[in-house]
Design a protein around this ligand. Sequence first.
Ligand code: C2E
Ligand code: MG
Ligand code: MG
Length: 689
Amino acid sequence: MPDTKEILLATFKNSRYGMILVHMDQSLKMVNSAVCALLGYEEDELLQMRFCDFTHPDDMAINEALFEDLKSGKGQTYEIVKRIKRKNGDIRYARLTATPVMDSMGAPKLGAITMEDMTRDEEAAEKLRIAAKIYENSEEGVVVTDRSGVIQFVNPAFTFITGYSPEEALGKNPNILKSGRHSKEFYELMWGSLIAEGTWQGEIWNRHKSGEAFLERLRITSILDQEGKVTHYTAVFSDLTQVHNKEEEIRFQAYHDILTGLPNRSLYLDRVRQAITRAQRGGKKLAVMFLDLDDFKKINDRLSHSAGDLLLQGVSARLISCLRETDTVARIGGDEFTILLEDVDGEKQSSVVAGKIMRSISEPYLYDSEELYISASLGISLYPADGNSVEDLMKNADTAMYHAKDQGKNNFQFFTEPMNQRVIKRLEVESNLRKALDKGEMFACYQPKIDLKTGRVVGMEALIRWRREGLELVLPNEFIPLAEETGLILGLDEWMLANACAFNQRIHEAGDEEFSVSVNVAVNVSAKAFESPDLAKNINDVVHQSGLKPHFVELEVTESSIIRNIDQAVVVLCKLREYGFNISMDDFGTGYSSLSYLSRLPINILKIDRSFIIDLPTNSKAKSIAKAIVTMSHEMDIKVVAEGVETPNQLEYLCDIGCDEVQGYLFCKPLLEKEMEELIQSRKHYFVG
Ligand code: C2E
Ligand code: MG
Ligand code: MG
C-alpha cells in the first residue's frame, strides 16, 4: 500500500489543475504536467525559473503582493486572478489559489499554488465589460428584459430618452412606455415577428415619463440559450422625434403657403373632399367660399412687394379670426383665398360669416405708419345645392366671385344657376370670337367726322362689327370687353388697322386732291395693346404696309389705358407722334379727366365723351365743362371733337364754344365701307358754318 506521501505526489502530478510548489523567493520547487501544459515549458525549464518570470509585466504588483501575503505568516489561502505569459508569448488568464506551507517552527516555507486557465471566462467577462461600456455611452437606448419581459437592465440613454431612471425601470415591464397610439394588431405583429424570426424592427410611438409621445426606431432581438430557448430580449432604440419633426416640417411646407402659413390649394382640396364625405354621411351642408382681393395689384405696384406680402398676411390673420376652429381657410394663389365652412345651415349662416369677413377685411391695415385699405369680392357655393364634387363647388364659388366683381366689387354673392348660364354663354362667345376673324365674320363700319367750320367730312372712325353666323349683328360693347380679357383684341385691332388704312389709301388714290385726300381715318387702340413696349413699331409697320401716310391716321386711345402705366405709355405715344401719327384722347371725361396730365401727353386731338354732349345745352354744368375743355385744349394746341351729337341744339352750342369737329347720329350713323366711299365721293357739305 503506498504511503500518504506517494498518494499526494501522484495526485499532485496528475491533477487537472496546474500545481506548483514555490519557495518564498519565487524559485520553483515542483511543478506538475498541467502547469507545464498551461505555460508551454518543459518541467526542467520551469524548475530553472522563478514564479515572476511567467507573470504578465502589468500584473507584477499583484504577484509581489501575493508573495508578501504568503510570507506574512497568517497562513490563510489567497485567491487571485492574474495574467500569465506562456513560453510562446501568449497571454492567458489564470485563477490562482495560494496557500503557505509552514515549517516545523510555524514559519512560511513554501507556497502551494494551484493554477487554472481562466482565459475563456475572463474573455467573456471582458467582452461584457466592453459591451457594458458601449451601452453606457451609446446614444441609443438599451433595455434588456428576461424572457417574461421584466426589465433587467437599462442604459443611461434609456433614461435620457424615456425619463425613467434605472431604479424606476428595473423590475417593470416595458409597457410603462406604451403611448396608446398603436393598435392591438400592431403589437401582435411585432410579437409574431419576434417569435418567428427572433427579431423585430420598426418605428413606434412611445410615451416619455412626462406623458409626451415620442417616435423611436426600435430593434428587438431575442437571446437564446444553447438549447434555443429564449432567455432574454434586448431592445435598442433611438429617438426619431427630431427626424420626425424635420419630416413634418417638409410635409408642412408641401401643404401650406409659406407666406401666410395657411393651407395651400392641395390641402384645401383634400379638406373639402373629406368634408363632403362627412357631410354626405351626416346629411350636413357645407359652404365653399372663393375670395379675391379687389385691385390688389395696384397696391403691390404702387407700394412694394413687401407691402403686398404684409397685406396678405394681415388678410389671412383676419380671415382666421372670422372663422371657427373647424373651418378651413387657404391661400391658393396670389390674392386668392378659399374658405370652407363645415356644418352650416345654408345661406343664412354663410352670409353672416361672409358679411363678417367683408367687414373685417375692409378695416385699415397699417404699413409704414400709412393706413392701407383693401376690399374683397367673395363668391359662395353650397353643398349639396350647388354641387356634389370639389370641382363643381370650387368652380361655382369662383363663378359667384366673378359675379361679385361684376357687381362692382367689395360684395359677396351666392352662386345661382343663371350665373352659370352666363359663364357658359361667355365661353361660347369666346370660342366663336376666336374663329370669327378666320371665318370672315368681322367687318368694319365707318362713321364720318365733320368739320364744324366747313361742314365737310374730314375724317371717319373705323368701328368693328361682328356678324355671327346665324345671329344678328353683334355690337362691340358686347364682345370687346371679352376680347380684351382674352387678349383676342390684339388680333382684332391689328386687322382693323390694316383694313381701315387700306380703305383710306384707296379713297386717297381714287379721289381728287381737294376733297378726299384730306380725309383722316381713326382707329381705336385697346388698353391691352399698351402692355407691349413694341406697340409703336407694330402700328407703324402695319400702316406702312398699306401705303397710307401716318399723318392721315388718328389713333384713339382712352385715358384708362394710358393711366395704368403712364410712363411707358408716354414713351410709346411720343414715338408714334414722331412717326407722324395723330393721337386722339377718346371718351374724354369718363375717366380721370385730369386736365393737368393732358399736358404731359403728346396728344393732338381730344374727343369729348357722349355723356357730356347729351346734357347740352340744357345742363349748365355740362355746358361749362364742355366750354372749359375746348378753351384749355386750344391753349395746348389740341383739336376738339364732340362725340354722339344727336340734336341741332347740341350742334349749335358746340359751334358757339368753338369745337372743331363733330361725330354723331345727327349727321350719320356708322356706314358700310361702300356707303362711306359714296358719301366722300358725293362731296357732301352738311352745312356751311
Ligand atoms: P367709341 O370709340 O367711343 O366709338 C363711338 C361709339 O359711339 C360707336 O359705338 C358709335 O357707333 C357710337 N355713336 C356714334 N354717334 C352716336 C350717337 O349720336 N349716339 C349714340 N348713342 N351713339 C353714337 P360702337 O361702334 O358700338 O362702338 C363702341 C365702342 O367700342 C367704341 O367706342 C370703341 O371704344 C369700341 N370699339 C369699336 N370698334 C373698335 C375696334 O375696332 N377696336 C377697339 N379696340 N375698340 C373698338
Ligand atoms: Mg373711338
Ligand atoms: Mg368714344
